[in-house]
Design a protein around this ligand. Structure first.
Ligand code: FES
Ligand code: FE2
Length: 433
């Protein structure tokens, strides 16, 4: 009896960060924050799209009048038609079925077959949206949104801002935990051209709570450190591997955003400081690389996990290998990893620390206590092997002061864009309804 009680308690604890529907604990918690939900370049004026985030459906569109992005409910309150099938009139959205029209605040303003007094009583919900650094961010919670978090290092510097994303067929928290797991790097990515060997043992790993979340570090035997910053609830700030011969380790920001409990997006930004000439060269090579990758990592992962293909038989030119290696590791844990069966060791300190923070916050939510406000102070920056904030961490309005627009570059492989859009548009959920 006692054991059962303990087991029940554990299951509450391990589930509290997994399920993100509107009424689930993690879903309620995540909805207190702004999240990236779409790429700005994919949102074409006059073409509303269905969007699925945290097991909830929405309609996202760009108004013809203002060019601004708007996010409203998925369905029409008249008889439930999918609003993304309708059309845009100015900044308003008209339902395809019987023509009810909703302004950008969600207020119904026309019902062709009814008198207009009825329209005043009908509204859909409209959610706060903001476009920043090439991404559409949304606030899906109740009440006033929190202050919008800015990343000045990423919005004002001389160089390129790479905008990337991918979908992965597993729970978002598996990816989040993987970021705070240095010990996987030498194994999962061990055959990569950049040497990882020998990093990540339990002795050298440290996870310290910060004002933003967790500062996660690893110290090599020679004293050099790699420092990464986890930001609550689902953000990571690190120095990422060089992706081009002209680029050193680059600062990157990641967000893991659930589409549903078994599928999520990673959105990422990479800050590449460079003079105009180098930037043009890098940009050209990155565009070429988008076309060279002709295998979608999701499909290849499926074949590997089905025992039909081995990772080492793949031509690394045709695929983003790091992404695929992480796919195989994380999706291999199951669409939702069974954490009751796991055996954590000392090298899992980062995983344990982030779960602890999440549990504390979700407990507060349960108890109706005030939630902590997380803020990234200027001291919370990443470093790798002596390259503190490198390369060339010289921000301070360079791009802005020259009156030059920061160049944002879409680096998603072409072969993956469609899969990502289908995932974001809720294709999986629609197929099983
Ligand atoms: S269902 Fe939308 S107008 Fe009828
Ligand atoms: Fe990895």
């Amino acid at each position: 009896m006692k054991n059962e009680a303990v087991a029940a308690d554990i299951s509450w604890q391990v589930d509290d960060f997994i399920r993100t529907g509107p009424t689930e604990p993690a879903g309620r918690y995540l909805r207190r924050f702004w999240h990236p939900v779409y790429h700005s370049v994919d949102l074409v004026a006059g073409r509303p799209v269905p969007l699925r985030i945290m097991s909830q459906g929405f309609t996202l569109y760009r108004g013809d009048d203002s060019g601004a992005a708007f996010l409203v409910d998925e369905r029409c309150p008249h008889r439930g038609a999918q609003l993304s099938a309708g059309w845009i009139e100015g900044d308003a959205l008209r339902c395809f079925y019987h023509g009810w029209k909703f302004d950008s605040t969600g207020q119904c303003v026309e019902q062709p077959a009814e008198n207009s007094a009825f329209a005043a009583k009908v509204a859909i919900r409209s959610y706060p949206v903001r476009e920043y650094l090439g991404l559409v961010f949304a606030y899906l919670g109740e009440g006033e949104p929190p202050e919008f978090p800015l990343y000045p290092e990423f919005d004002s510097f001389d160089g390129l801002l790479e905008v990337d994303s991918y979908s992965r067929n597993c729970n978002y928290f598996q990816n989040l935990e993987n970021a705070l797991d240095m010990s996987h790097v030498g194994f999962v990515h061990g055959d990569n051209q950049v040497a990882f060997n020998g990093i990540g043992d339990g002795k050298g790993s440290k996870a310290v709570e910060s004002s933003w979340g967790v500062t996660y570090s690893y110290t090599r035997p020679d004293g050099q450190q790699r420092i990464q910053q986890f930001g609550m609830p689902n953000i990571f700030y690190m120095l990422a591997l060089p992706t081009d011969e002209d680029i050193g380790w680059q600062e990157s920001l990641f967000w893991w955003v659930p589409i549903d409990d078994e599928l999520h997006m990673q959105f990422s930004l990479h800050r590449v400081p460079a003079d105009a000439q180098t930037a043009a060269r890098i940009s050209q090579r990155r565009q070429q690389r988008r076309g060279e990758i002709d295998l979608a990592h999701q499909d290849v992962c499926e074949q590997v996990l089905n025992g039909m293909l081995r990772l080492r038989d793949l031509d690394p030119k045709r695929i983003d290998l790091v992404r695929l290696q992480d796919d195989v590791a994380q999706i291999g844990q199951g669409r939702i990893a069974d954490r009751k069966a796991e055996r954590l060791g000392s090298a899992d300190i980062g995983v344990a620390s982030v779960r602890r923070l999440w549990r504390q916050e979700v407990s507060r939510l349960y108890q109706g206590a005030a939630l902590r406000t997380w803020r990234r102070g200027p001291e919370l920056v990443p470093a790798a092997w002596g390259l503190v904030g490198a390369p060339a961490r010289e921000f301070g309005g360079v791009a802005g002061s020259e009156g030059r627009e920061l160049a944002t570059v879409d680096v998603r492989p072409y072969v993956e864009v469609k899969a990502q859009l289908l995932a974001l548009h809720g294709a999986a959920a629609r197929a099983t309804r």
